[in-house]
Design a protein around this ligand. Structure first.
Ligand code: TYC
Length: 110
């Protein structure tokens, strides 16, 4: 088969939607750290509760993360895709607001 014929076949396949991607799209999504910020007023038990409820941490790990934030001023509570990180941040801020604590949560590209 000459190259002209081959080309025509490809064009026909494209028109009929038959050609497969030569490279399958396997792009990984960007990931985002969700960070808790320390403050002087939010009770330690409340922060631990938030880490258990929002980030599904067991009480031992939740306590470790809370103490890390308490000592260092900031700490990572988890790494997620953009939409999940955004929703976790919102859940933390909603709980803090509802309970009148100044707890702050933010996210950064990991
Ligand atoms: N520093 C707070 C206290 O002494 C506890 C705390 C920890 C607050 C982590 C916020 O993200 C935080 N009660």
């Amino acid at each position: 088969m000459n190259s002209n014929q081959n080309n025509t076949d490809n064009q026909n396949d494209i028109q009929r939607g038959l050609l497969l991607e030569s490279k399958p799209k396997t792009k990984k999504p960007s990931m985002y750290n969700v960070l808790l910020i320390n403050d002087d007023y939010t009770p330690m038990e409340f922060v631990v509760m938030v880490l258990e409820k929002v980030f599904n941490k067991k009480s031992e790990e939740a306590t470790q993360i809370m103490l890390h934030v308490h000592k260092n001023g900031i700490g990572v509570c988890g790494t997620f895709t953009y939409e999940v990180a955004e929703s976790k941040c919102k859940a933390v801020m909603d709980l803090a607001k509802k309970n009148e604590h100044p707890l702050q949560c933010t996210m950064e590209k990991s």
